[in-house]
Design a binder for this molecule. Structure first.
Ligand code: SF4
Length: 392
């Protein structure tokens, strides 16, 4: 079934590069940003246009990027560098500033290189390693304060509390809407798929945030209308939960394989997916409060955390698997993404009996068949377990 609002979102995305061109002619500035802890609300409140950058799945761009950075960096970072080297992407070529947070050290390195080789103005937001401590919070508060000052200078205006309050409200509503979409996509006979929700999320990073919020609310209304007509599915399906390294726009290899083999993705805890929208509660419209909220949400896997019992990332993973009624986890890691690769073992251990498949990959298609075989066996195993459980 086709949802009309999805077509509207696609159309809005298609016209966005030209729209940005016009806005730049009128004096607006575009800030491209990357990673997990950039407080987008502050960029927006200063009248700047935030665009989240970074794509995946293009082996050729990875090679272009690799001319400027060691091949021992993950393919996502190498592809991002390739995009900056080529400057053909309609968003990358229009950026007036690039903001990167140092959550993942490889992305921090990316900032140095795009500034040095490709002449982009850049700004870095430091992120504490001990994010759970008081000192970590103090450090990040100061970093966000400094980040805000630099952005104010760039925007030529001071941050007004009322504008920040307005921005926080828009972003809070977007976060709520995304969580609602995730709930709906996981239902039996859902009117939209996880893949479609993922596309909607990625579109939103490029669109004007207020327009995007209105589209999300329209989409939810349309889904709710269609929900009442649905009936429960009786088919035995393998409900797959995705975890591990990010799956950015353009990287569809694993998603294609799972879907081609009859698996159904029902949830994720990816930093490019749902995690980004969870547990972010800004108490007051101030940069300090924004900083605290960003540090208190689900932590990014590249930050060290030594106690498995109280690790918020693992607690969230367990919770989401239950929430989405998933049958198994596909833990996907990109080559040279040490952050998530070295956490695969502990993640598997913490999940205990939950079926767990670890896939280590990159953006070339050479491992397609090998991954396909492993995913096929995993999906079959889940389905036959469920069939047996139904018979008992
Ligand atoms: S966390 Fe992993 S996938 Fe993400 S940028 Fe860092 S190394 Fe790459």
């Amino acid at each position: 079934m086709g949802l009309k609002t999805l077509d509207k979102i696609t159309a809005a995305l298609e016209s966005r590069p030209a729209e940005l061109e016009q806005l730049r002619k009128q004096g607006k500035k575009i800030v491209g940003w990357l990673a997990y802890n950039i407080p987008e609300e502050i960029i927006y409140a200063l009248g700047l246009i935030p665009i989240r950058i970074g794509q995946g799945g293009d082996g050729r761009l990875v090679e272009v990027g690799a001319r400027h950075i060691s091949t021992k960096n993950c393919v996502f970072v190498r592809q991002a560098l390739g995009q900056f080297a080529e400057k053909t992407d309609p968003y990358i070529k229009q950026l007036d500033l690039v903001a990167i947070d140092a959550t993942c050290i490889q992305l921090y390195r990316l900032e140095e290189l795009i500034n040095f080789y490709f002449d982009y103005k850049t700004i870095v937001l430091g992120v504490p390693r001990n994010f759970a401590t008081t000192e970590g919070h103090e450090y990040f508060r100061k970093e966000v304060e400094f980040f805000t000052k630099k952005l104010e200078l760039f925007a030529g205006t001071a941050l007004e509390q009322s504008r920040l309050e307005e921005a926080i409200s828009i972003y809070d509503n977007i976060r709520e809407a995304i969580k609602t979409l995730y709930r709906y996509q996981s239902l039996d006979n859902a009117p939209l798929s996880w893949r479609q929700v993922s596309s909607v999320i990625n579109a939103g990073y490029n669109l004007d945030r207020l327009t995007y919020l209105e589209l999300l609310q329209e989409l939810i209304k349309e889904i709710e209308k269609n929900l009442s007509a649905g009936t429960g599915s009786r088919e035995i399906e393998a409900r797959i939960f995705l975890s591990g390294s990010l799956i950015p726009p353009g990287d569809t290899k694993l998603i294609d394989i799972i879907e081609q083999l009859g698996g159904r993705i029902v949830g994720d805890d990816l930093w490019s997916g749902l995690n980004f929208f969870l547990n972010l509660n800004i108490q007051e419209p101030t940069p300090y409060s924004v900083a605290d909220a960003y540090l208190d949400r689900v932590p990014h896997g590249s930050l060290p955390y030594l106690d498995l019992e109280s690790d918020g990332r693992l607690a969230n993973l367990k919770h989401q698997i239950k929430e989405f009624n998933a049958d198994g986890v596909v833990y996907h890691t990109l080559r040279y993404c040490d952050a998530f690769t070295f956490k695969a073992g502990e993640t598997k251990d913490v999940l205990g009996n939950v079926p767990f498949l670890e896939i280590h990959t990159e953006y070339s298609g050479s491992d397609f068949e090998a991954i396909r075989t492993r995913v096929e066996a995993f999906i079959e195993m889940i389905k036959s377990k469920k069939e047996i459980a139904e018979l008992v």
